[in-house]
Ligand binder design. Sequence first.
Ligand code: CP
Length: 314
Amino acid sequence: MKHFIRFESKELGQELIDLARAYKATPRLDLAKGQGKRVGCIFLNPSLRTRVSTQIAAQNLGMEPIVLNMDKEGWALEMKEGAIMNKGTVEHIKDAAGVLGSYFDILAIRAFPSLTNRDEDVNDFIFGQFVKYCGKPVVSLESAIRHPLQSLADQITMKEYSDGKKKPKVVLTWGPHIKAIPHAVANSFSEWTLGMGYDLTITHPEGYELDEVFTKGATLEYNQSKALEDADFVYVKNWSSFNDYGKILSTDPSWMLTEKHLKKAKNAKVMHCLPVRRNLELSDEILDGSRSLVQKQAENRIYAAQAVLSSILG
Ligand code: CP
C-alpha cells in the first residue's frame, strides 16, 4: 500500500481489519518493524483522537511520531501556484511539503475543507498539494472529503459487535448542530460501509443529500423513524448541506437520537466518531447507555492507524 487516502477494495479493507484486530490482541506484535522510521503528523486543524491514537500506533510499531500543529506553529501557507506572496502567506506549500517529505518516511496530514469553495473541497485541493509535493507515502488524518482512519476504526467496531449477523442493518442518521460541519466522516462511513458489503440506509432532512460519489448503492429514506426500524447499527453524524454548499438548512431538535427513536430497534448499537455536542447532536441517555459504542470506536482508532502504518511500511 503506497498511500492511505480512501477506500480501495473490500479485500484490502478486510486485510486491514484483520491486521488491526491482531494488533488489538497484541499491540507490540511488530515492535521492530518501524525501528529507525519516522512519521510526521501534520495538523492544519484541531484533533484529540486522531492525534493521540496515531502517535500510539506509531510507537507500537517502534516508529518515532512527530506532531506539527501547522495551523498554530507553522508558517502561514500559500497554496496557489505562481502566487506573488506579498500578503499574509509566508511559505509556499511546495517548499513546506518538500521539506517535510525529506524529514519523514511517512507523512500523515489533516486538512479540513473551507466549506466555502465546493470545487476546491471536492477535489481535496490542500490535501492533494501535500501529496503532490512531499514525495512520500501519505496517510489521511481527515481531508476535505474523507476520514478513512475513522471509517476503518468504525468497520473494526461493527465487526466486533455484529453478533455473527452476516447482513446487519446499518443506518447513517443526520443529527442537529449549530455549526457548519464537513462531510468527510459521513462520506467515508458510507464509502466504507457500502464497500465492505453492508446494506446502508441514510436518513436526513431534505436538502442534506451527500455527494453521490460516496452514497451510490445506499437507500435514502427521509423519514427517520422508518429508517431506524430494525437497525443493528445507527451512526449519528451532523453534516452541512452539500448541494447548498456549506449551509445549515435545519437545526430541528426532533432529529436528535433518544431512546424513544429506537423503540423499533431494540438491539441497535449507536456510533459516533466524536467529538459530539451532547444533547444537541446526540442525547446523554444514548451516549451514557448500553447501546453506545463511541468509546470502543475511539479505542479502535489506535489499531486502525497501526494497521495502516504497518501496511505502508510493508
Ligand atoms: N474522530 C476524530 O477524528 O476525532 P478528532 O477530531 O478528535 O481527531
